[in-house]
Design a binder for this molecule. Sequence first.
Ligand code: ADP
Ligand code: ASP
Ligand code: MG
Length: 427
Amino acid sequence: MKVFKFGGASVRDAAGIRNVATILRRFSSENLAVVVSAMGKTTNALEDLTRAYAKGKGDKDAILAKIHEDHIKEMDDLFENNRNHPVYAAVAEVFSGIQKRFDVTASANYDLVYDQIVSQGEFISSVIVSHYMNAQGIENTWYDARTIIRTDSTFREGKVDWDASQKLANQHLIPFYIGSVGRKIAITQGFLGSTSIGLTTTLGREGSDYTAAILAYLLDAKDVTIWKDVAGVMNADPRKYDKAVKFDRISFREAIELSYYGASVIHPKTIKPLQNKGIPLYVKSFLQPEEKGTIIQASEEYDHLIPSFIFKSNQVLISVLPRDFSFIVEENLREIFDVFASLGVRVHLMQNSALSFSVCIDHNEDKFPDLLKRLQENYKVKYNETVELITIRHYDQATIDMLTNAKEILVEQKSRHTARFIVRPKL
Ligand code: ADP
Ligand code: ASP
Ligand code: MG
């Protein structure tokens, strides 16, 4: 069997979902697990909704109504305004489930609330996609991913319990495919899992790629294809660099490095489960599905041919300094890291000197104020909010010059294969 994953861009609207049907008809005659993301920017809208409900920032009813209307519009297009089609009631049920939460005050655990609400985008889209495919004669069964993927209770970044998930997959999903006559298709949600007491967790933003890899691992899939709006994995984000070139093949190792540094075409956690079982990953264009795309596999033979680069904007460079001019020593580092770890803030780059410790992190408006407050309890903190982090793999001087030209370099780090720069526009 194979796993296909359709991200937010591929199911953004009715035309996108029709294209998914074309791909399912043409590109596999084998059993499939199909993972879908929330449609278009629904996850962002649900984040706004969570903020409005739990923090009183915005009009929650208006935001919820708008999300529902947007989905009804696409359903009208797909189901030819046949409002009697059961898909409308199924989707309405998801919305009334969210609405009902508003009757009670939000729990103080924001991340828990976030996961219960933000996960709903994937339920809505998977219900629509499943109904539409059945209506088109692409017979499939809808699965609730929470019955298969078990995580701990780290809300917004659920850690997969592999043994428990394997047992659940053996029990609930594997029998679906066994002894099948003709191909069988299961359609499920990306991005989410469930704790042992049945609370929904999410796997981190953009986590649907990871779901595809988790399922491939649990089901021993032959391969995974993630369908994207780009030709494959390229040496830079083509939206930010118009001369980007596509890799025909790269290794698991290189893919992990690129995604770790922020090449957002693949979620960083996607590769490990696939590498562990030697399951190849194809990244292909849903716009040109017959093209070859990129294959990610074990061989490292082709990795070094051209430099790749990754831009991470919206970064903050924070410097933490002891108040009394004492050195930064191991105890300080432990204390500082504890603050980052306990708030779930990921450090992208760090550097220390005698009197300061600097880190580069995403500018996350939910977490930044708390982070500052905690650090300021014991240290003087300086920060610069307008920086960008540039990473170059397999760097050469020409690429460094091209990318840092006209920028002020605040921090520079080089290792054998990777050069990294924190920069800001020259004043
Ligand atoms: P999905 O629809 O699955 O959510 P994403 O939008 O998360 O897809 O990922 C696809 C996007 O990743 C592309 O539109 C592209 O702008 C971006 N991207 C970033 N880095 C790269 C890269 N190195 N190669 C290809 N695409 C990249
Ligand atoms: N819908 C989720 C997000 O936008 C997960 C995903 O699309 O991968 O983060
Ligand atoms: Mg995405």
